[in-house]
Design a protein around this ligand. Structure first.
Ligand code: ADP
Length: 244
């Protein structure tokens, strides 16, 4: 791996001429769990869509493991996994069939075995023979994570992963993220609104406001710098300049 896990340099994006990302500079080192905070419409999904090669930036550059997301797209896609905010899946397929299909797409040597091992690792072997059309939100999300990690990527992107989950699902997700990071060494980049989760899981946070990165620091330093704030929410509101 050449270079940091994620690097943005002067990254900008426009939709139909309207700027939604402005001159973003951001470095995320290997092994971090990065929480990307920001209001709806701040540009978080656009940033992740660029990093996961789904769209090309209109200015600046972005790299994963030192690979440029435009010039070295296939090297980037081999190194990343992505759980989008809405997981699309074929309802007639079983969990195992779906995962084997994704393992084949990502070119792993034994797709069937990789699928079974991934379900086992995530503690959801019980989903292997069930049809996706019968899944609850929590089950869909677990299969979504399984899809994202079936090829054991270095960097995992999660877009609003707690949306629609109940407290049990949120706790399972948190434990999964921590295991993937600690046991498999995955760097995690997570878009989220769930401030309490950020405080429990993330090692570093960034705040995006109207397409500009207005804050980035370690979780430790953030809580040290704002010693009188009672919660991350207060810090966030203060940084966003929202009147209280
Ligand atoms: P976030 O994930 O922080 O909610 P997004 O990246 O989804 O923010 O959106 C940033 C801005 O870009 C919003 O104003 C949104 O309406 C706009 N936008 C997102 N996708 C498109 C698109 N495909 N075409 C035009 N505008 C878009």
């Amino acid at each position: 791996m050449d270079g940091p896990a994620i690097e943005l340099r002067g990254l900008g994006h426009r939709y139909n001429g309207d700027p939604v990302l402005r001159d973003l500079d951001l470095t995320i080192e290997h092994g971090e769990i990065f929480g990307f905070l920001g209001h709806n419409g701040a540009g978080k999904t656009t940033t992740v869509n660029i990093l996961t090669t789904l769209i090309e930036p209109t200015s600046g550059r972005a790299a994963v493991n030192g690979h440029d997301v435009v010039a070295e797209r296939s090297l980037v896609t081999a190194d990343i996994g992505y759980l989008p905010s809405e997981v699309r899946m074929y309802p007639h397929m079983t969990g195992a069939e779906n995962l084997t299909f994704f393992a084949e797409l990502s070119g792993v040597s034994n797709p069937k075995r990789a699928a079974a091992e991934t379900l086992e690792y995530l503690g959801c072997a019980d989903l292997a023979d069930r049809r996706l059309g019968t899944f609850s939100t929590g089950m869909r999300q677990r299969i979504g994570i399984a899809q994202a990690i079936v090829h054991r990527p270095d960097v995992l992107f999660l877009d609003e992963p707690t949306a629609g989950l109940d407290p049990v699902g949120i706790r399972q997700l948190r434990e999964t993220i921590i295991r993937l990071n600690r046991d498999l060494g995955m760097t995690v980049f997570m878009n989220t609104h769930q401030l309490s989760e950020v405080a429990k899981v993330c090692t570093t946070i960034g705040v995006l406001s109207r397409g500009e990165l207005i804050y980035k620091d370690s979780m430790e330093e953030t809580t040290r710098r704002f010693p009188n704030e009672t919660s991350l929410e207060d810090i966030y509101v203060r940084m966003e300049g929202v009147p209280t």
